[in-house]
Each structure stands twice: as C-alpha cells, then as structure tokens.
Design a protein around this ligand. Structure first.
Ligand code: ADP
Ligand code: ASP
Ligand code: MG
Length: 807
C-alpha cells in the first residue's frame, strides 16, 4: 500500500492512513512519500542556499515546524514519542548542517542534492511508522540503482534479490520510505525520479509476488482526464496495463509511469484508491482482453512541454537509414523521443521531445547530417516551441472505426489545428500536437465529445443586459435545470458584459446575482477587451449573444466567427450592413462550422427567417413578401382617432416603450428598411438599404433637425392627418406601414388597406408577414403575432441558442 504526499501531508490524512492501514487483515508493506510539497521545498531551499540567499533558513524553519506540528498532532507524549523526536531531530539537524555547508561554499552538486531529497521520505516514514505502529525498514538498503547516461536507473536484478532477503519473514505491518535508493556501486544516496514512491511500491510488490498493489492518493481513482483541467472528468473503474501505461506516459500524474511494468510482469493488479474517501470503489488496473465492448476511449492525457523537431529534405526520400541515424544520435545523447510522425513520402520526419532537450537535439542532428545539409539534400533542423501533446487511449479503439475521424472532426469544429499526429499500429493510442495555448480547449473538446455524449455543453457570452439581455438571462436561469434533465444540454454563461464592464469565468456565472457580480467583480471592458477576453478564453462550444443595438459590437462578429465562436444577434446592424459584409459573415460561419443566427432581427420571436430558410432549402422560391414589420408604426396607426392625434400617438408610443428613444428612427422607416433588407437577403436576393424605395409620411425637414424641434413642430401635422384619417375611415380603410418585396424590388411606405385585407385587423404593435412562394402561390403563407417586446425577443434569441445545440 503506497500513500502519496497528499495522503501523509496533513493531520487528517495521517489519521485516515492509520485507520486504513490498521484495519488490514493480511501482511502489509506500506510505502510512503515525503509530506506533500516537501520534496519541492527541499529543492527550493537547496537552490536558495547555493545562491547565497540567507532566506533559505526561513524555508528550513518552516519545513522543520511542519514535521514537529504533525508529530504533536498525532503522537501522544511518552517514551515512543521521545525516541521518535530524537531521530527526527537528528535528521533535521543533519539537514541544517548540509544546507549551511552549501550556503558557505555556494555549490550544490547533484550528489548533495540527491542526499537532501532523501530526507523528505526518511522523515515522513519515521513519523507514519510510529503513528501506525509499523516496523520501519530503510529502502536505501534494498532499492539499488546504477548510473546510465547520466541518470539513475533501477538495477532490478540486485534489488529483487535484496528485497526478497530483507522481507523473508514478514511482520504483519512494515513501513518503508518510497522514492529513495542507493547506488549499487558507490553506495551514494539516489532516488527513482520525481513521483518515484509509486515505483518503490511496485518494485517491492513484484519482488514479493504481492496479492495486489494499492496506490492511495487524493482522488477517487484514475480519471478520464486530469481533474484539475477537466472539471467533468470522472473515475474510470478499470483499465488494462497497456491503457494505464499509455495514459501515465502521457502525463497522467496519478501514477508514475515506470510503476506499471514490474507488476504487469507478475500480473499483480493495481488498485488506485482515495485516502480521503476510502469507500469509493477506485480504479483497478489489471490484465485485460479488449473485446470490443465498452468504451473505445478510456482516457485522455497530455504533456504541455513539447517541442517538435522537423527533419526535412528531398534527399531523405527513399534513403535507407535516415531514421536509424536520427534515433541513434538522439539516444546517444540521452534524449528521449515521445512522438514520431513521418509522411509516407519520407520527405519529413517530426519528432516530439521535451523543450529542455530541444536545443541539444537540433545541434546533434545538425551535426549528424552536416554533410547532407551542406549539399542541400536536407534542411537544417527546425524546432517549433510552445506546443503540447495530447493522447487519447483505449484498447477498444482497434475495434471501433471512426475514432480518428471523430477526434479530428471535433478539434476542427472548434478551430484547433493539429500540428502533427501519430497513431501506432497497435491502435491503442492516438497522439497529436497542438499549440500549447489550445491545450485546455483541446482536452475539453475531446472529453466532451468522447465521454460526455450523454450531455452537451454550450458556453455563452451575453453582451448587453438591457431589457432583452436581462430577460434572456432570466429565462436561461429558470430553464437551465429542465434543459439539463430533459435535453441533456448544459447552458453555461461564462461571460456577461455591458457597455462598461465585463465579467468572464470558465466555471460559469451565478445568474441569480449576475448584476451585482458584474458590478463587483467585473473589469472595465471596452470593445477590444471584450473581443480579446472572449477569444482568449479559448473555450469550446462557445456562443456570443449580442443583445445590444450597438454597431461596435456588430463589428467584432467576423473575428468571433473566425475563432469558431457562434454568434446569435438580436442586434440588426450586421445582418443589414452592406451586402458584402453580410455575406462574408455567413461564409465565415459556414467555413468555420459555426452558426451566425439572427432570427429576432425581424418580428422579434416570430419564426420568420427560419421559415424562409426552410422553404428555400426544400426547393421553394420566395416570390413576394408583404409585411407590417414595425410594431411602433402599427401602434401609432392603430392609435389614431378623433381624440388621439398623430403627435399624441407618437408621444404615446414613446412613453409605452414601443418606439426608440428618438422616434424618428421608427418614423423614418429605417428600422423597417433594415428588416426588409434582411428578409430579402435570406430569401436569396441581393439587396442593400439604399435599394429600398420609400414613401414616408413625415416631411424631411422634421426628420433632419433636432429632436426638440421635432417635438415642437410635429403637432402642425395633426390637422392634415386627421382630415385624411376621417376620409379613410369613411371609405372603410386603414393605414398600414407596409414593407414589400416583389420581383427583387423593395419598397416601404404608408398604404391604405381595405377591411378585407389581412393587414386591416392587425392589432396593437403586432407584426404580420405574407410570403408568396412557388408553392404558396394562390394563398400566401401568413405569420402573425407580437413583433416586439423584451420577453418574446429574448425567447427568440433563446431559440437560436437552442438550435445551435441541436437538441
Ligand atoms: P500523490 O501525492 O498521492 O502521489 P500525485 O499528486 O502524484 O499524488 O497524483 C495525484 C494527482 O494526479 C491528482 O490529485 C490529480 O490532480 C492528478 N491527475 C492528473 N491526471 C489524472 C488522472 N487522469 N486521473 C487522476 N488524477 C490525475
Ligand atoms: N516525494 C517524491 C516526489 O515528490 C516522490 C513521490 O512523491 O512519489 O517526487
Ligand atoms: Mg505521485
């Protein structure tokens, strides 16, 4: 049973360890790491001392106190404790002397450093042995290493022999320090590498043919991905040795990679358990047959420290032995290669190495191929830094076609480009290299598409929290749980911004209190900041929702779409902007595999644009559109009566919040023109705002002056309108402000409609649209209903968001 630093680092942890260990029935060997963080702290303190930084003493004091505190908390006074204190004081005293020596001579050799590191496990093991009542043994006596290519490597033969001797009669409970070892020849203190306590436990388990190896840590088991990066990662109940090896080798820190081999060899199962939640089932790693049932992918892991070296040249094509030279040169210099990808044309080979090895790797390869480079048969080595490697792992992959397709498809849709990739013929692992900045996003995308197919996540940025934005947030808040439960859709609002501030968080914003949160935690945010915050979050399945009427916000859609972020706009400016711009946005969205939706631009929540699209996609053709598209104008013309004059009706529309603050935007027909242009474009016609003919009912001079002048002079029109209204009423007709598109020509203007016309009875601020198409010819299709209002508009925006999720 191996307990990691996270298990023995705190009083709670140590109490749990005691309980777990003491409840075991059979014979147990316990392996412990240094208290969590101590190895790092030893490295840091040694470094400080060697640089002549006297503050190393503070570090050491802190480290010393931590050990004493733990003894105080866990061991009651008495002889045993005195004995332990003597040993611990002795060790800490030695450590102090070593640090002082380093501080004085300002030199830190590798040998001294290894000696220092050993104190972490020596101290922790003494304490835990006392707490658990176990017999203590010193690993340095039986874990033996030898030096190869500048590294300490386990000498398995000698170690096995010594372990067997040491443990020939086994007490019920023995405790040993993990990680530390000694050199087989010189007897110097060495270790098995960072995270090496797992390995110590595996070596002992294998040598003694243990029943099982248990690794106790601070998570419930081996998880589908690193839980610190992927919040939705979950515990895998079983893994084969091969799968576990692939995942560990690629950075799943939970098990130190060399650990698997010795126990695999002896077919000893490994159990990963949580010290802080011993009842959790954990993960078992054992011999397995891949039979094609179960999940194709078991886990994802990654290393963010990748440099890709490309060996390239036409002179390599068909030449035998180039690869041998590449790999033997690297091996001679102790450089480990963790990924290789070669095109079948053989003209380039890409090699993944650690960043620290990259410069040397290029140098030695340039030297090896200097002749070829000189002759122009090959190029000098090219190193690309700042990359990360991701691996997806599962033995069932070989029985499941389409995994690579799904993987690269998901990455592509999220705008992640793959720089190199490799899949071995064993088909248990597909690895690929991406820009390090995209690592988190890549992991999320893959995790989401392979493990969370039960539910889908949409990450929303909501811009504008006026009436529509606020209403949308309220609707999302109240629907969220139901959508998750019934549709498997998780809506995450990860950003909210108004014209001054923005709040962004990957974990999602608490919608109940978003206004205060924005006020308190939001940062000042102009348009550039907004764009950079949204794009740099690099979050997958992202949707930007524009609930403003701002042209600046509309101007960033293109860049958002370029970053594979879908855009849902209640804002009409972009869709009615110059035709080329509108088309470019649509094309970018199409190329990037994301959506640009604006259903609420016309008729608020009424399904007009979607209907037009559905008709066209199914082969229909829109011949004519006739519509009343301005809620404000319809309200005004419905309100006119002997008592309500034109000026009064306009004032009322403003007061009730139907019109824009400057009602002339509605009266000028600009709003209707924008809507008509959008409908015409969606119907397949090329149209710009200037192409729309207009017949207005307010004289130009009133439209051009100041707003004050407008209100002053508008009553002058009342008399004339009233006279015309009376005449119209006598004829049984009404005014409607109608938008028309017929044979590609567009116009807006005031029309008189008779009582048998569908527009005649249109009430209040409602909208109506008649679509005459090849199929709906004799009797046009009619869509009618509320054409304005915050809650119906927000509902329309919500519907657009839902259509992106495709649920
Ligand atoms: P210990 O101190 O017990 O040796 P480590 O810190 O070495 O613990 O390893 C456990 C940690 O590994 C977990 O806390 C988790 O953050 C990290 N980790 C990374 N990848 C995975 C994974 N795939 N499954 C579980 N844990 C992982
Ligand atoms: N204490 C060592 C380290 O931190 C070994 C281990 O924790 O496994 O690397
Ligand atoms: Mg560990």
């Amino acid at each position: 049973m191996k307990f990691g630093g996270s298990s023995v680092g705190t009083t709670t942890g140590i109490r749990n360890v005691k309980q777990i260990v003491n409840s075991q029935k059979g014979q147990v060997i316990v392996v412990v790491s240094a208290l969590g963080g101590v190895t790092d702290q030893l490295i840091k303190t040694a470094q400080m001392a060697s640089e002549g930084n006297k503050a190393y003493e503070d570090e050491l004091a802190q480290l010393t106190n931590r050990h004493y505190d733990l003894i105080d908390d866990n061991i009651s006074t008495g002889n045993k404790r005195d004995e332990l204190m003597t040993k611990v004081e002795q060790l800490l005293g030695e450590l102090r002397d070593i640090f002082q020596g380093i501080y004085l001579i300002k030199d830190l050799s590798r040998k001294t450093n290894d000696t220092i590191l050993s104190y972490g496990e020596r101290l922790s093991s003494l304490i835990v042995a006392e707490v658990t009542g176990a017999a203590w043994k010193d690993s340095r006596e039986f874990i033996k290493t030898e030096r190869k290519q500048g590294k300490h490597i386990l000498n398995a033969e000698l170690t096995n022999k010594l372990v067997k001797e040491q443990f020939c009669d086994l007490p019920q409970l023995t405790l040993i320090p993990g990680f530390i070892a000694t050199d087989k020849n010189t007897g110097e203190v060495t270790n098995l590498g960072r995270g090496g306590s797992d390995y110590t436990a595996a070596i002992v388990a294998a040598a003694l043919d243990a029943e099982s190896l248990e690794i106790w840590t601070d998570v419930d088991g081996f998880m589908t991905a690193d839980p610190r990066v992927i919040h939705s990662a979950y515990t895998i109940s079983s893994l084969t040795y091969v799968e576990a090896t692939e995942l560990c080798n690629f950075g799943a820190k939970v098990v130190y990679p060399p650990t698997i081999w010795p126990v695999y060899h002896k077919n000893i199962p490994i159990l990963i358990k949580n010290t802080f939640n011993p009842d959790a089932q954990g993960t078992v790693i054992r011999q397995g047959t891949s039979n094609g049932t179960g999940k194709a992918i078991k886990g994802i892991s990654s290393i963010d420290d990748t440099c890709l070296i490309t060996v390239q040249g036409l002179g390599m094509v068909g030449v035998i032995g180039v690869n041998r030279r590449i790999f033997s040169t690297l091996a001679e210099h102790g450089i480990s290669v963790f990924m290789v990808s070669q095109a079948s044309s053989e003209n380039s080979t890409s090699i993944g190495v650690k960043t620290a090895d990259a410069v040397t790797a290029c140098e030695v390869l340039d030297k090896e191929f200097s002749k070829e480079i000189e002759l122009g048969e090959m190029f000098p080595m090219k190193a690309e830094y700042g990359l990360a490697t991701v691996a997806i792992v599962g033995e069932n992959m070989k029985h499941t076609p389409g995994i690579a397709g799904k993987l690269f498809g998901a990455l592509g849709r999220s705008g992640i480009s793959v720089i190199a990739c490799a899949q071995g013929a064993s088909e248990t692992n597909i690895s690929f290299v991406v820009n390090k900045k995209l690592l988190r996003k890549s992991l999320n995308v893959i995790h989401d598409s392979f493990f969370l197919s039960e539910y889908q996540v949409l990450n929303l940025f909501i811009c504008g929290i006026g009436t529509v934005g606020h209403s949308l947030i309220t609707q999302i808040e109240s629907q969220r749980e139901k959508l998750m439960r019934e549709n498997g859709l998780q809506l995450n609002v990860v950003g909210i911004a108004n014209s001054k501030k923005g709040l962004f968080t990957r974990e999602g914003i608490d919608l109940k209190d978003y206004k205060n949160e924005l006020l308190e935690k939001g940062k000042d945010c102009d348009l550039n900041m907004l764009l950079s915050e949204v794009t740099s979050m690099n979050i997958f399945n992202a949707v930007f929702v524009d609930c403003t009427a701002n042209s600046g916000v509309a101007s960033i859609y293109e860049q958002l779409l370029q970053h594979n972020i879908s855009v849902v706009a209640a804002n009409k400016i972009a869709a009615s902007s110059p035709y080329d711009n509108y088309m470019k946005l649509k094309q970018t969205a199409h190329q990037r595999g994301v959506k640009f939706l604006f259903e609420t631009n016309v008729g608020a929540g009424l399904p007009i644009i979607n209907t037009i699209n559905d008709l066209i996609h199914s082969g229909d053709k829109i011949l004519k559109i006739e519509a009343v598209l301005s809620g404000t104008l319809n309200y005004i013309f419905n309100a006119l009566s002997a008592e309500t004059t034109m000026s009064k009706a306009i004032a009322e529309a403003k007061q009730k919040g139907f019109s824009e603050p400057d009602p002339r935007i509605d009266l000028s027909g600009k709003d209707v023109i924008r809507k008509l242009v959008i409908l015409a474009r969606e119907a397949g016609y090329r149209l710009d705002q200037e192409d729309v003919e207009k017949q207005l009912f307010i004289p130009d001079q009133l439209m051009e002056g100041s707003l004050e002048d407008f209100w002053k002079h508008i009553p002058e029109l009342d008399e004339g309108f009233e006279a015309r209204r009376q005449k119209l009423a006598e004829q049984g007709k009404r005014w409607r402000f109608v938008a028309r598109l017929s044979e590609g020509k567009a116009s807006v203007g005031l029309e008189e409609v008779a009582s048998n016309h569908p527009f005649y009875g249109l009430e209040s601020s409602n909208n109506i649209i008649l679509l005459t198409t090849e199929r709906y010819h004799e009797y046009p299709m009619m869509i009618q209903g509320y054409g304005a209002g915050a809650s119906v508009t927000a509902a329309g925006v919500f519907a657009d968001i839902m259509s992106i999720a495709n649920v």
